[in-house]
Structure formats: C-alpha cells, structure tokens
Design a binder for this molecule. Sequence first.
Ligand code: M6R
Length: 349
Amino acid sequence: EKGGFKHFMLKEIFEQPRTTADTIKGFISREYTLPVSLNEFRRVLITACGTSYHAGLVAKYWIEKYAKVPVEVVYASELRYSDNPINEKDLVLAISQSGETADTRFSALAAKEKGAFLVSVVNVVGSALDRESDYTLYTHAGPEIGVAATKTFTAQLAALYCLAVSQSPEREQLMAKLLSVTSLMEEILSRAEDIRKIALSYSSAKNMLYLGRYLSYPIALEGALKLKEISYIHAEGYPAGEMKHGPIALIDEKMPVFVIAPRDRTYEKILSNVEEVLARKGNVIAIGFEGDEHLRQKAKDVISIPHVEEDLSPFLTVIPTQLFAYYIADFLGLDVDQPRNLAKTVTVE
Ligand code: M6R
C-alpha cells in the first residue's frame, strides 16, 4: 500500500504533481458554480490550524493581488474566543484537510451564525465542515495517512489559487500556468537524492531557523513545522525581515539557517538577510533558482529549484522543506508516519 516507498509520508510527497493537477482539474470542472465572487465582500477572513493555516497565509497574498479584497488570517483557536466583528459582509474561508478539526469547525460555525458566508476547503467529502459550509471547494489529494500534512498542503494551495484568480480577466492564462507547475514539481522530486545528502549533514542540529519573505514566509513556517513534528528538532519559522528585531541574537555556528530565496520581489532583501546571518557565523542552507550564483557564493548548501513565476513559487519551495524534514527524521530512526504525541485529526478544542 506504500507503493514501494518506505513511509506513507514519502509516498505522499511524491504524489504531489498528480494530486495538485487533480485538484486544479476538479476546480475547472466546477468553477462556474461558485455562487459568489470574493470582491462582493468587505473582507475575506481565513481561519485554520497548523499546515492548513500556512496555506491560508499564502492565499492571503494571492487573494489580495487578484480579487483585491483585504484578507485576514487567524488561527481558529484564537478566532473562536476573540471579539472579531464578523457579519454578513464577510466571507469566511475555513481550510481543513480532515474537515473535522474542532477549532476550525467551531470558529467557522460561530462566524456563520453571525451572518458570514462560509466557504471551506476540505479534502474529505462529507466531513462535518463540508456539510456545515455554504459552499465547499474540494482538494483532490486522496487519503493522507502520514500525520505530517504534505500533499494536502499543495492541494490546498492549488484550490486557493484557483479561488483567488476565479474572477480575474486573465483567469485562463493563469490557470494554464498553474497546471504547468506540476511538471516543475516533478523535476524537484527527481532530485530527491541530492536533497537527502544535504539533509543528513544537518541531522545533528538541535535548533534551526527558517526564513522567508512574502510568499516564502508561510513556507518558512511550514518547513519549520515539518521539522519539529517528525524529527523533534526545534525549529522556528520567521519572516526574514523580522530577524533583526530579535531572533538574530540566536545565530551562531551551531544554528543552521534555512533560507527560502526564489527570485521574487523580495530577493535582494533576502540576500541581505543571508549576509546578516553570515556575519554572525551562521551556516546557511538555501533554496534558490537554478543558476543563482549569488546564493551559491554565500550559502553553505543550495537546493536548486526550476525557475517559476513569482506567484507559483510556494508549490516548488515547499517540496525541498518536506523532503529535508523527512530524510532527517528517517535517518534518526523516528516513526515518521506517526510522530509521538500527535494525532492526524484533532477533534478536541
Ligand atoms: O485536518 P486539518 O487540516 O484541519 O488539520 C490541521 C492541523 O491539525 C494539521 O495541519 C497539522 O498541523 C499537521 N499535522 C501538520 O503536518
């Protein structure tokens, strides 16, 4: 059932080109049934937990760019007990792989009760959140067995990108580009062995910092979460620009810094952040575009990814972070698919 892979997590990482494509195709076949357009609302309020929350942070940038509506992203467990003034002018977007996460369901239901239009993104058809929502977008990732979310994250990104561009006049071209990103995902997976070798040289780290800006900031959070949950190595994700406001004090030769640096609008800035790390004797492992010599001169290790449009970089940058965490956890002999203290679905608040 693991299809020749050692763990479900590794199998699920490798399934991503297909599950991403399936999700996009699923959206294309249903897109005209979407009953509302995002810009009818005064804001979009995204709520979710864990990895699904990180997908929401990426979606914020896409929705603000294409639908031009302000987007707020709030952890479901924090939204539930806040006084966030929600009403019928809000579209609440709840993101949950399982559709059963208590925090997400209860805050989504409370928002619906206050009059918000509730759209959800779920992977499990017929799940509680699916039934409770006004409209559901499905991710077609298939069952995910590994406790660490991987293919459902990229499937969520696909569904959310489709939603963000659904009213754009350039929708057709944008969707075609989105679909073509799946062959670039394939290319990264074909170089998994190179990533494994790099990962193993970091397996004795006790702490790691993950940095990114703009669309790579949520990927830094997601990369750090993956490392924590399956390898039990302490890792923090941070917006790179915030490093100088505190975390820079932690940097020394013992704390590797994982920098996500595709060539986007923030590239020059993140290169300066890399310099700041080097000046404190930190070791940098970076994800960058193929042929990026600047990065190669600075970082100790570089994981190359194919060039991609700025918008779509999260589909590519996340894959090396998943593999990096996987290979370290496996090397350390840990139970990758069922890490300690964690459940796949958290149905308590
Ligand atoms: O089923 P959900 O998407 O609502 O689950 C949310 C989180 O519990 C989940 O993403 C969790 O953080 C994963 N173990 C992360 O890999």
